[in-house]
Ligand binder design. Structure first.
Ligand SMILES: Nc1ncnc2c1ncn2[C@@H]1O[C@H](COP(=O)(O)OP(=O)(O)OP(=O)(O)O)[C@@H](O)[C@H]1O
Length: 613
């Protein structure tokens, strides 16, 4: 093993800076703190390869990577899939925090005593309405947002055995349901229950620790108090080694309960070694000047990121555009997008429109104007998570494979899935393989014929259900445990059908509809929060005004972090837009003048007044 470790080289010929390489090879608890684009996520992918290839993660132990967002978890898994053989890759488990907590609860639901065991068909609280109703039924009216936040936070502040009074009553109602209140759990409540399972069942805890010899925590700066408590319950004082990566300048979830002192707590509790990275592999050098300036406003710790040598020094175009009205603004964005697509050959998916608050407010104007020049854009929030769901990918690849036999990626996807569901991953028996292939091909032929005849949503629903039946819903649930509990899988199929059919109506072609649904031909519009962890050649930061940052005076630091996250998504082009008139009212930018000041101070941002006299 010593030699394997010594001779190990990063995959894909990537060069890691020395601190990154040391962090990869560190077998104890560690914290990697680094700015945007430093390759933190990439480092985790490399570390997974290192641990598995050098047998530092000893078979049958596994690596568990926990991310915040579904697309980050899938992204990490995809990177690993490309680099490792199947048998090694299967020992890398990538989950979101929410699905990790939920999988513990769902697997060991019956390890909880009857009194605190949720109804097995509990629903996930999509918003806080059901919780508010439960409080109301217990005589507490959560009449304003402040009170609501306080009471709902309190619900998960204590260990389950210490919950009492009104909070106990609300827990009871939500665990079991009561009349018109459905059994409903928030992910915080699920984490509290998962903690209880582990604390009261030493054998389950022991087996979890044995299963995962290594754990990765991505975007660590946004870990909440309850999530950290779960991590501690799972792995504190165990032989499992943890690698946490994060950036405290990108802490944008304080409002949602992120623990502000998470880095220090973790360093102390887990006695971890800290590594600091200095490279920025994503952004053009001029953008690093903006990042440095913003850093100086946020903290005293100096920040001197170094650009990847692939860039020349003067690369990176950053501009602020001022407009009189938002229609001219949209037209101007449309014109620049057209140029970027046609002249610079930048793809739709490499352009992003980010907003601070609600996408809906901005998207209608922009989508309408872009449509006039034949450019699609869409509110990505609806699709972002749906497109990463295993069941959605399975159905889409089945449809693609049925429609186009030459689509080898789609075929490989469904072939692997079928083999996996049938538990035949290691079979070499040619008869078994032939039989499975035949079954798949027959099914695909049927699907193709039926798609041609599909003329309404109901027919599409039945077709999708038949595809699920072909693979067998029980096998799907067994292999994708996130679908084990409740009606989640049906909700996803319903959403998939709905959007796919809409695209079919507008394209009249199933392949085009799938392509559009996957967003290959449209520009995503999203909030900064949704853009976290992503990167684009071009970023338009639209509505750079006081209204977008409406609570700036109350949460200046967090809003500066949000600003920092948004601007650091861009590789080459970065545009901030301000319009004096928007949605029939006058907009100002004086309350966020400090953000404008940072851009100016960086010395790399050009200001343009469009349609001003
Ligand atoms: N060592 C490296 N050499 C070249 N490119 C790299 C290297 N590490 C990462 N990259 C590339 O740099 C970009 C940013 O990497 P990554 O997303 O891992 O950064 P990050 O630190 O997680 O960023 P953020 O915190 O902003 O989400 C990606 O395109 C990635 O492929």
């Amino acid at each position: 093993m010593g030699n394997l470790i010594k001779e190990w080289k990063p995959s894909n010929g990537l060069i890691l800076e020395s601190a990154a390489l040391n962090a990869v090879k560190d077998l104890n608890n560690s914290l990697v703190a680094a700015g945007p684009g430093a390759g933190k996520t990439e480092l985790l992918a490399q570390k997974a390869c290192f641990l598995l290839e050098t047998k530092s993660c000893v078979n049958p132990s596994k690596i568990l990577a926990i991310s915040f967002k579904k697309d980050a978890a899938v992204n990490l898994k995809d990177r690993i899939k490309l680099r490792l053989s199947k048998n090694l890759e299967s020992r890398f488990i990538s989950q979101t925090f929410d699905s990790f907590a939920k999988s513990i609860l769902d697997r060991f639901l019956y390890a909880l005593s009857e009194e605190i065991r949720p109804d097995p068909n509990y629903e996930i609280a999509a918003n806080q309405n059901e919780i508010v109703r439960a409080f109301s039924k217990c005589g507490v009216n959560l009449y304003n947002n402040k009170i609501k936040k306080q009471y709902i936070d309190n619900l998960t502040k204590r260990r389950l055995e210490n919950v009492s009074g009104i909070y106990k009553d609300v827990w009871d109602k939500l665990l079991k349901g009561d009349g018109d209140i459905k059994p409903t759990l928030s992910f915080q409540m699920i984490s509290v229950l998962a903690i209880h399972v582990l604390e009261t069942n030493p054998l389950i805890l022991k087996s979890l620790r044995k299963t995962y010899s290594h754990v990765f925590l991505d975007e660590f700066q946004d870990t909440t108090r309850v999530q950290y408590a779960l991590v501690k319950t799972c792995f504190h004082n165990s032989s499992t080694s943890i690698t946490a990566v994060g950036d405290n300048r990108q802490r944008i979830m304080l409002w949602a309960g992120a623990k502000p002192d998470i880095f220090d707590s973790y360093k102390k509790d887990f006695n971890s070694q800290e590594y600091t990275l200095v490279m920025n592999h994503r952004s053009a050098p001029r953008f690093l000047e903006i990042q440095k300036t913003v850093n100086n406003y946020l903290q005293d710790v100096p920040f001197s990121p170094v650009a990847n040598p692939k860039w020349t020094e003067d690369e990176g175009i950053a501009e602020i555009w001022y407009f009189k009205d938002s229609i001219t603004e949209a037209e101007h964005i449309a014109e620049r997008v057209t140029q970027l697509i046609h002249q610079q050959k930048i793809t739709y998916r490499d352009i992003c429109i980010v907003v601070k608050q609600s996408v809906q407010q901005f998207s209608d104007d922009i989508i309408g104007v872009l449509e006039k020049v034949n450019i699609q854009a869409r509110n990505e929030a609806i699709f972002q998570d749906l497109l990463k769901e295993d069941i959605v990918l399975l159905i889409l690849n089945t449809l693609k494979s049925a429609l186009d036999v030459r689509d080898s990626d789609a075929w490989s996807f469904i072939w692997e899935a079928k083999v996996f569901f049938e538990g035949k991953s290691s079979t070499v028996n040619p008869f078994v393989i032939d039989e499975m292939r035949k079954q798949l091909k027959v099914m695909l032929r049927h699907v193709k014929t039926r798609l041609r005849k599909t003329t309404c949503q109901e027919e599409l629903t039945i077709l999708l259900m038949d595809i699920v039946d072909f693979y067998d819903v029980n096998k799907i649930r067994k292999h994708y445990p996130q679908y084990l509990q409740g009606q989640y899988i049906n909700k996803l199929l319903e959403d998939l059908k709905e959007y796919l059919y809409q695209y079919y109506v507008s394209t009249n072609d199933w392949i085009a509809a799938i392509d559009s649904f996957q967003g290959n031909d449209s520009i995503p519009i999203m909030t900064i929060h949704k853009s976290k962890g992503l990167e684009f050649d071009v970023v338009f930061f639209v509505g750079f005004d006081d209204n977008s940052f409406w609570s700036f005076s109350k949460q200046e630091d967090e809003d500066i972090c949000t600003f920092f996250v948004g601007l650091s998504r861009s590789k080459r082009y970065l545009y901030f837009t301000f319009s004096e008139n928007r949605f029939g009212s006058i907009r100002t930018n004086s309350k966020i003048s400090i953000l404008y000041q940072m851009l100016e101070e960086s010395g790399v941002v050009e200001v343009k007044y469009v349609d001003f006299d």
